[in-house]
Ligand binder design. Structure first.
Ligand SMILES: [Zn+2]
Length: 116
């Protein structure tokens, strides 16, 4: 097993231990509310959203509960980041700085799934 695989396994264990804690759920809710339940990448609102850790939980355990280290992503966008988290750090930080209001205006694009 290479280092990457071992890290991913350790991360899965870490995820299991924190995902159901009140602290984690509170963090996730704060991220979603700040981003108005909108994917900051594509602008999709509602649906299946993820609160993504910009800097990986595994490498930056101190940032796990920092709202500034979180970004709301829809499932589609979140899947794109998997195993490439490091490449998106600067980009996501910029999106968070811009925020949902500046980028998408008051009314975000509606969930357009199924219209394709
Ligand atoms: Zn998205």
């Amino acid at each position: 097993m290479n280092t990457e695989t071992i890290e991913r396994i350790r991360e899965k264990i870490l995820n299991r231990t924190i995902y159901y804690t009140k602290k984690y759920i509170a963090w996730r809710d704060r991220v979603f509310k700040r981003d108005r339940f909108t994917c900051l990448w594509c602008g999709r609102r509602g649906g299946k959203l993820n609160a993504h850790h910009i800097k990986r939980k595994y490498n930056f355990p101190r940032l796990i509960y920092k709202v500034t280290n979180g970004i709301t992503l829809c499932k589609k966008c979140h899947d794109k980041v998997y195993k490439k988290e490091d490449r998106y750090v600067a980009f996501f930080r910029r999106l968070v700085r811009l925020g949902v209001r500046k980028r998408y205006g008051k009314s975000s694009r509606k969930n357009d799934e199924g219209s394709k």
